[in-house]
Design a protein around this ligand. Structure first.
Ligand code: HEM
Length: 446
């Protein structure tokens, strides 16, 4: 039991006050609120949405994409793969993109992040507003250097990711914004969509020419490549690269997709844009919130510093993932029921969800369920990542997960490694937005 009786307050409230109360608690005191729900009302029905809080139900729902759909993404993201529930387009494009984001790149991606992160911090000279300059700046540099969306001011990339993320994930009926604010976010999203589309068209044209030239050179060198191929085959090919030698967009353009695969150039462009949108604001939020949690607690800071010094980053990375259980980028993902469905059939909390209901699938609550982890309320970095839902779960699990899993901890590590790192602000300033906006840090620049 928790000290505050959220359910009693909820039950006593007028209908029109119920969800605003719930929404506020999820923002400001999610852990005790979710704890009471898991114990007493694991599926909470409010007039606006239904909350699902137990680990097993969360995992169950996220594996039924045809029933618990991403319908609400459709008006926000056009025809991007993420708006498709269990169909050919989604599976085809996610698979293609997984191949392009070759998982063997991960160590090299981490090296690149380390370099770019260090450069930004070194240049800052001991004092930085971390959100814009670093939390967004580092993933923006990755979007240019690894994904290949180059030849553009990184500030534009940041702007495009920000408004797309804002409109797609924080501008729905359950976000309780005024009509004016809702319209403003939609208008900004329309603006950046136009700019991004124009940029991608030019990028694809420019990179296609470069790829064609490279192919010609490759063709002329065919006999030599065949000989090398034979040697690789006989002696086993090892990935000996020590740096990334191409970009994701170049790979996409260098690949020939037979007509039957159905991946025309327009779909290629849309997916290139998706890389950028997915990468920047999500990473920025996770990194800023993890840093804040570490800097606020001297014991945790000491533990993190000691781990950050080690060559093997596993211990440090686990600390970061544990912080993000407490401060994830969102306490839930949202779905719409396409048909009536009984959640937790045969269990005491069995609940009928009607078709059309918006369901907040409370992934943060699931990470504090004792089904997921023993002693879930304790800070313990030694937990399996299989029950960590920071990258979602199931059918729509994050496509950039393996990149995020090095990008986020390495960015946090580089900050924690700075001598006498400290926060100059008491907390992150969100500037009335869902994402961190300002957070000033300083360190000894000796
Ligand atoms: C690094 C670059 C990233 C890319 C390219 C990317 C891309 C994507 C894509 C395409 C999806 C949809 C997958 C699908 O519908 O099947 C997705 C889902 C998701 N991503 Fe990422 N992402 C990135 C980073 C991140 C980060 C840093 C976070 C948070 C820490 C994150 C959190 C999520 C979550 C929670 C979902 C699931 C949404 C849902 O279930 O509705 N992503 N991502």
């Amino acid at each position: 039991m928790t000290d505050k009786d959220y359910l009693q307050i909820f039950d006593a409230a007028e209908d029109n006050e119920k969800f605003p109360l719930v929404y506020g608690w999820m923002k400001t005191e999610p852990l005790p609120f979710f704890k009471q729900l898991r114990a007493e009302s694991p599926v909470l029905v409010t007039p606006e949405v239904t909350l699902v809080t137990l680990f097993e139900d969360v995992r169950d729902l996220l594996q039924m994409p045809k029933i618990f759909t991403v319908e609400l993404y459709k008006p926000k993201m056009g025809d991007y793969l993420m708006t498709h529930d269990e169909d050919a387009l989604h599976d085809r494009e996610k698979s293609i993109m997984y191949s392009m984001l070759n998982r063997d790149d991960v160590p090299l991606v981490r090296k690149l992040i380390t370099r770019n992160a260090k450069t930004i911090l070194d240049r800052a000279g001991g004092k930085i507003e971390i959100v814009e300059n670093y939390c967004r700046g580092v993933p923006a540099s990755l979007v240019q250097d690894y994904f290949g969306l180059d030849g553009v001011d990184p500030k534009k990339l940041i702007d495009w990711s920000f408004w797309n993320q804002y409109n797609a994930f924080h501008n729905h009926h359950f976000n309780l914004e005024s009509r004016d604010k809702f319209d403003h976010i939609v208008a900004e999203n329309e603006r950046v969509k136009k700019e991004l589309t124009g940029y991608i068209a030019k990028l694809v044209f420019r990179k296609s020419i470069a790829v064609k030239l490279r192919k010609l050179i490759h063709f002329l060198a065919t006999p030599l490549r065949m000989l090398l191929g034979l040697i690789y085959l006989l002696f086993g090919k090892k990935d000996t690269r020590d740096r990334l030698t191409d970009t994701t967009v170049t790979r996409m353009l260098a690949t020939s997709y037979p007509k039957e695969v159905d991946f025309p150039i327009a779909r290629l462009g849309l997916n290139a844009g998706g890389l950028l949108i997915g990468a920047i604001e999500t990473t920025s939020q996770a990194v800023a919130q993890s840093i804040e949690m570490i800097l606020k607690d001297p014991n945790l800071l000491a533990q993190a510093k000691a781990a950050a010094e080690k060559e093997d980053t596993t211990e440090f990375d686990n600390i970061v993932w544990e912080t993000l259980r407490y401060v994830p980028i969102s306490p839930f993902v949202f779905r719409v029921a396409s048909e009536a469905y009984v959640i937790a059939k045969g269990r005491p909390h069995e609940t009928l969800v009607k078709a059309g209901t918006t369901v907040l699938v409370c992934t943060q609550s699931a990470m504090f369920d004792d089904y997921a982890y023993s002693n879930p309320d304790e800070f313990d970095p030694n937990r399996t990542f299989y029950h960590n839902f920071n990258f979602g779960f199931g059918y729509h699990e994050c496509m950039g997960k393996h990149i995020g899993m090095v990008l986020i901890p390495e960015m946090v590590r580089q900050v924690i490694l700075r001598k006498n790192i400290k926060a100059d602000d008491a907390k992150i300033d969100y500037d009335d937005k869902p994402f961190p906006t300002f957070y000033n840090l300083s360190w000894d620049n000796a």
